[in-house]
Design a protein around this ligand. Structure first.
Ligand code: FAD
Length: 324
């Protein structure tokens, strides 16, 4: 269990993560950006699409399935949302050109594509991306954002998923409403990615990390598997994965274990060697601020590593040799 000091640090980091003006200042301060980038590189494959693709090729050749993500969220103008859509389309072309395996996934926040401007813009852009990726054998995965956006995200997803089988959605186990959302979404064919939940939420909406959340996570896994619904179990929690394995819920068709780049590579490799389907989430791009805050918040010892990385940038050697 994290110490009280680590919990305070985690809470503070998640609050800092929500500060949009800090995020945009960072983009405008090259010196600060480059110092923090040294820490972010532990979790982000690079600033460019090509760096994401190059890392994907290496890791795919080792037998991991790949999920690429162009990071960003809360895009505020129509023009910037169009630029984000163009990047996702270019990414889907690059995946094809690089001959990454069929079934490679692209993950994205709907607020990166248009939801912060209007629901209809997000819908249009998501439809466009779904058309674009379908013929290429690429899957799409909608990330989950703060619960204030949940209703809008579900509405947009349901409209697109009713027409396209290759789109899936992330659900956060920590929200009290998730069992009902899971039940409703299992009527659609799209894969469900189950996570604990990264965002700081009001306590009437979400439970904290701990045994109750782990029990909830397990029961959601069981519910999805009981209907043979495609499921990505997205966690680095070794005890939870051991319990899922003990209940024989891993060696099941359409079930995979998914982890974030740079987090517990040893554990994902172990899962792959045990014969389970393993998927690796590879983010790239320049808008890694929120993403980095979350990675530090959910495991506060990462703060020490981040400090050392900032002081000595050449330390960060990625991909970690633990994947090989
Ligand atoms: P925790 O209980 O947080 O951690 C359990 C153990 O895992 C820790 O004790 C530690 O040993 C290890 N660990 C966890 N995180 C780290 C870390 N950063 N560095 C080192 N060790 C760590 N959240 C969303 O809100 N929306 C999303 O769309 C979303 N997509 C995700 C996609 C994938 C593929 C994954 C794996 C996670 C995603 N998350 C998302 C994040 C998720 O909600 C959790 O915040 C994150 O996975 C940490 O929770 P955990 O399940 O690993 O367990």
């Amino acid at each position: 269990m994290p110490s009280p000091e680590e919990l305070d640090a985690s809470f503070a980091l998640k609050s800092i993560a929500r500060n949009i003006s800090l995020k945009s200042s960072l983009q405008r301060m090259p010196t600060v950006y480059s110092v923090l980038w040294s820490a972010a590189q532990r979790f982000v494959t690079g600033e460019t699409r090509q760096e994401g693709i190059d890392t994907a090729k290496v890791l795919a050749s080792l037998g991991y399935d790949i999920c690429l993500a162009y990071v960003g969220e809360n895009t505020a103008t129509e023009q910037a949302c169009q630029a984000a859509l163009d990047e996702f389309v270019a990414l889907s072309q690059a995946i094809e050109t690089a001959s990454l395996p069929k079934g490679t996934t692209i993950s994205f926040d709907l607020s990166h594509l248009g939801l912060a401007v209007s629901q209809s813009l997000a819908l249009d852009h998501f439809h466009h991306l779904a058309q674009e990726t379908k013929g290429r054998g690429i899957c799409l995965m909608v990330d989950m954002e703060e619960s204030d956006k949940l209703e809008a995200i579900l509405e947009v997803y349901q409209q697109v998923a009713a027409r396209h089988q290759h789109v899936g959605i992330t659900l956060s186990a920590h929200l009290y409403r998730t069992p009902q959302d899971l039940e409703a979404l299992m009527h659609l064919p799209g894969k469900i990615r189950l996570v604990k939940g990264a965002y700081q939420e009001p306590e009437e909406r979400a439970m904290k990390r701990g045994e109750t959340l782990d029990e909830r996570f397990l029961s959601l896994v069981e519910a999805a598997i009981s209907t043979q619904h495609p499921l990505s179990i997205a966690t680095h929690d070794q005890h939870l994965l051991q319990e899922i394995e003990r209940r024989k819920l891993l060696a099941v068709a359409h079930v995979e274990v998914e982890m974030l780049y740079g987090v517990r590579p040893d554990l994902l490799k172990q899962m792959k060697q045990a014969g389970y389907q393993t998927l690796l989430f590879l983010p790239y791009g320049r808008e890694w601020y929120l993403y980095l805050c979350h990675r530090l918040a959910e495991y506060p010892p990462n703060l020490y590593r981040a400090l050392a990385d900032c002081a000595q940038p050449s330390r960060t050697q990625q991909p970690s040799s633990d994947y090989f």
